[in-house]
Design a protein around this ligand. Sequence first.
Ligand code: B4P
Length: 191
Amino acid sequence: MLNIVIFGAPGSGKGTQSDKLIDHYKLFHISTGDVLRDNIRRGTELGKTAKGYIDQGQLVPDELIINILAQVLDENKDKASEGVIFDGFPRTIPQAEALEQLLADRGTQIDAVVGLEVPEDELIKRILLRGQQSGRSDDNEETARKRLDTYHNQTSPLKAYYEKQGKYLAIDGLGSIDGIFDLIKKALDNR
Ligand code: B4P
């Protein structure tokens, strides 16, 4: 069993590399961003609440997102037997602590944290490019800059949190998608 967190700023390639990782290691993919966007599309109460935060470049409150994560984990026990890739979660220290507890309660733990490290100007470029293609309401320059501020203030401290646990694998996230995937595989296989 292999449980991985894929970590990085908005636009660092978490979703892109997750798609390759789930194929290669047969993992179950949980993207909190995808879960929220699906709720927005379906017009659920959760979706209505989440949209307000997402469009402002803010994080959805911890309590809400932790409950969603626990629910997704429990609903997909069978599919997650080889392990899980957590994409976009945790994004705060309380979320990381909750994840540890949720996994401990289920007799497992996080094995590695893949940190995609990408310079800020490249992040903005990628987000704006995706905005032109996907029409995601948070992929405009103003919201992207707010998302980066949110990342620096609330999410980036998790790097030190996982370094202290000896689980953080720093990956250069600049380059071709396949080249970055090779770096990730090497880091995971040689740990
Ligand atoms: P997410 O969906 O997680 O959005 P994101 O951080 O922008 O990451 P994403 O996975 O989409 O981007 P990626 O780096 O793959 O979250 C959206 C919002 O939901 C958050 O802002 C927040 O409000 C809320 N939310 C989600 N989780 C939450 C939580 N745990 N707690 C609270 N709130 C939460 O995309 C990179 C782009 O670059 C893609 O277009 C890709 O094509 C491109 N790309 C990838 N690799 C590349 C490469 N090597 N070279 C060039 N381009 C590349």
